[in-house]
Design a protein around this ligand. Sequence first.
Ligand SMILES: Nc1ncnc2c1ncn2[C@@H]1O[C@H](COP(=O)(O)OP(=O)(O)OP(=O)(O)O)[C@@H](O)[C@H]1O
Ligand SMILES: [Mg+2]
Length: 252
Amino acid sequence: MSDSIIKLRNLKKVFGTKEILKDVNLDIKTGKCTAIFGLSGGGKSTIIKHIVGLLKPTDGEILYNDIDIGKLEEKELREVRKDIGFLFQSGALFDSMNVFENVAFPLREHTKLDEKTIQQEVMDKLTIVGLDASRVAFLNPDELSGGMRKRVGLARTIILNPKVLLYDEPTSGLDPITSDVISQMIINLQKETHTTSILISHDINETFKTADYFAMLYEGVIVEYGDLEHFKNSKLEIVQKFLNGDSSGVFN
Ligand SMILES: Nc1ncnc2c1ncn2[C@@H]1O[C@H](COP(=O)(O)OP(=O)(O)OP(=O)(O)O)[C@@H](O)[C@H]1O
Ligand SMILES: [Mg+2]
């Protein structure tokens, strides 16, 4: 088996007349965490949405275990999606459902487990993400703090024990300490379950602690890729400007 469970090959995405992804090539190493850095609006979330088949490419391939996700029918995509947990940028919980039902939702959609097992699984995952399961299970999303919502979102993301986890801004909007708790949780999940993950975050220091490999998306192309040492020592001006928060010359 290849050492990369996901491979993006010449991925191109055009929205209207805007070419957001020009020619993205990236291998996501199995069992490791890969971070994607880039400017706001650069297309990071767009990449992730292609991996779960929410967007179809204009051109190129999204290979998952050497199957081209971009060419699958909806029915086959559902099978692939069972393997992939996606923590949305917006945190997106269903407001009409309580915490328990939010976390149980993928189990009801994708499995035929009995109610008792569903209950065990949900309470177990709520505990793993550091929540007092019996206290929060019957709260509604609008009764939760931002950090609790992220945790509930994370519990829902891991409920099917996915092989791949996609984190889109898991710590945005959280205070530095709660951010660190969530990052630690991501690291622990990685260690315990050896999942493959992709992390998108604007928090450079947290990402450096969490990920194994780092990619820089700029002007629709992955311009830099490597481990921490390699990335930090990149000779590319855009990478150094990004790491130092220096906008001079970046937006013309
Ligand atoms: N479904 C869509 N239809 C049209 N344009 C879209 C669509 N999805 C994204 N875009 C555009 O593509 C560009 C890239 O968006 P994307 O959300 O991927 O950026 P991002 O790198 O995740 O940014 P951020 O760091 O702010 O989250 C933006 O200009 C956005 O408006
Ligand atoms: Mg985004």
